[in-house]
Design a protein around this ligand. Sequence first.
Ligand code: ZN
Length: 363
Amino acid sequence: MTIRYKLCTLLIMLLTASAQAAVNPPVSATPTAKAYFLDTVLWSYSPTTKTYNIPVCWEKFSQSTVAERANVTSAIVNTWQKYSLARFTGWGQCPLSPLIFNGIRITVDNFNGPRAALGTQGNGKVGVMRLNFRLTTGTGVPQIWTQCRFNFPAISLGACIQSTAIHEFGHILGLAHEQNRSDDPYLPIPILNPLCHADDPDPLPLPQGSFTTKGNTLFTDYDLTSVMNYCRSNYAGRTDLSPKDQLAIRVYYGQMPSYDSRTRILKVPRIAKYDGKIFTGTFKWISSNIWQRVGDFTATTTPSFSPAKLSSSGVLTMPGIKYINGAGHVNQILNGTFRPGLLKNYSGSWTRVQPLTFAPVAN
Ligand SMILES: [Zn+2]
């Protein structure tokens, strides 16, 4: 999407975290679904490579130097790839004939603002994903390079470019602008800082087609510190993911345990047993807090950024479970503890990790 970089002033927000609430599954309600991840354009998991592969290529090597391209690659390795199994692969020059590439084509355009379509929408399309390696022209007043130096007087141009690239690759992963969420606490009248709340047109028409710019899931509290939020303090120049960014990326690209309220099945991709062995397991919700193991745990090599642990007494602890609601969207993150009972039955207790402010409405 077109990026309209605006200078964000520092917002001071008093966060009042409510106590974590117990959850009795299955819950089929969801907050108003809008913004954040667009879960219809996510990249799929490959059982062969055990990663979420996203092929990328540079439209023309002549548009940039080896060092400039390496600067972008390292920014992505140190952020999105560090906290997930998403892997941007290839990084060669895009094929010109035939003009077919199954992945994201990156154009270096030093005259316009950086931009990217959400998720797979830009797959194979020329000119949708654009980076700018000068940041002195294009949209945004003042220019991004000026904003970076305002926020961090000693910053290098390379670091400033990295901050824009991390944001754009977040879009490729399917993340929409956090400030466009319907539960933005500063809407409808953003008194404190109207400029950083610029709303994206949705859909956004481009020569390559129309692109959905809003997400359709909400499973964390509104994140003022997200790399996807223009209103983040010192937005231009920052190269760190917020804690909720790190959590969010694990949900879709981390092989996190997953409970589907429609089938009442909980799948745990990776269980680390106390003796070092690794298993995968499946449970079915029976009633109240009773779960039943489906079959036996089986050995696996599946990686996970939210692995469960199995103690010597058979207690299973899960530090992250994504909850899929009746509409098929992830709408909350839980942690859980299952204690073994008779036969294959377990007594389970769940606690919601995110969002802390949960306002369920009918699907
Ligand atoms: Zn953006």
